[in-house]
Design a protein around this ligand. Structure first.
Ligand code: C5P
Length: 245
């Protein structure tokens, strides 16, 4: 059954990333093994990396998916540049930096990733858990859409190949930046799933139709009664959108 799913939906699978937001590596590997047949990428974020470190990246990468290390680096340029180099050995294919770290930090990170031959950097624009009121509270007098556009330009001009944004900004960024840029969208909620702390959410179909390259999904799979079945349903939805063109 799994083989048939993989064979039929191989391209769709590449458009899904499962966020391994677990407190321990043991729990993460149980979740990852259940979901991995239906997704092309696994994400190690702050919780799991804080608990298990680069070993989490190595073991998750060994499950046969691309590994996305979501550390959201944001520091002075030299510190970020050296952290980028330090992740190289872990086997991560993708790594996040915060676009709000500014042009010098982003350029240093981009140069170092290129020199090291990876990982592919993705710049986080405005977190999907923030809305206009949150931006205003931190002194940013812009809508999320305008701020995402501004940060996306800064990141691209600094040489960062991909961007993380909500589905609401994807169509605008595609029009602005063209077909090549990788646009990655978290804040994905299958219909009726709880939004929790996410504020700028969309269904998988909405995000893909808007032009997202691939989707990051965490709690809707992790907290499902049967994560493998939930992942299989998600993959079928993604394949359906792709087939409809
Ligand atoms: O559980 P949920 O599907 O909301 O998980 C989203 C994942 O994507 C989390 O691991 C979170 O850290 C990450 N993420 C995000 N918003 C961003 C970047 C990453 O939610 N802008």
């Amino acid at each position: 059954m799994t083989q048939r799913v993989l064979g039929t939906h191989g391209a769709a699978r590449e458009r899904l990333c499962f966020a391994l937001d677990y407190a321990s590596l043991d729990d993460a590997l149980i979740g990852a093994r259940a979901v991995a047949p239906y997704v092309g990428k696994l994400k190690v974020g702050l919780e799991l990396f804080s608990a298990a470190g680069p070993e989490a990246v190595r073991q998750a990468a060994a499950l046969g998916c691309e590994l996305f290390l979501d550390l959201k680096l944001h520091d002075i340029p030299e510190t970020v540049e050296r952290a980028v180099a330090a992740t190289r050995a872990s086997g991560a294919a993708y790594l996040t930096v915060h676009a709000s770290g500014g042009p010098a930090m982003l350029a240093a990170a981009a140069r170092r990733a290129e020199r090291e031959g990876g990982p592919t950097l993705l710049a986080v624009t405005v977190l999907t858990s923030l809305d206009a009121a949150d931006l205003a509270a931190t002194g940013v007098p812009a809508t999320p859409a305008d701020q995402v556009r501004r940060l996306a330009r800064v990141a691209r001009e600094a040489g960062i190949p991909g961007l993380v944004c909500s589905a609401a900004e994807v169509a605008g960024l595609r029009a602005l930046l063209g077909p090549e840029v990788q646009l990655v969208t978290p804040g994905i909620r299958p219909a009726a799933a709880p939004t929790a702390d996410q504020k700028r959410v969309a269904t998988p179909s909405e995000a893909l139709r808007a032009g997202a390259s691939w989707l990051v999904v965490g709690r809707p799979l992790r907290d499902a009664p049967d994560p493998a079945a939930a992942a299989q349903a998600l993959l079928a939805e993604v394949a359906g959108v792709a087939a409809a063109g």
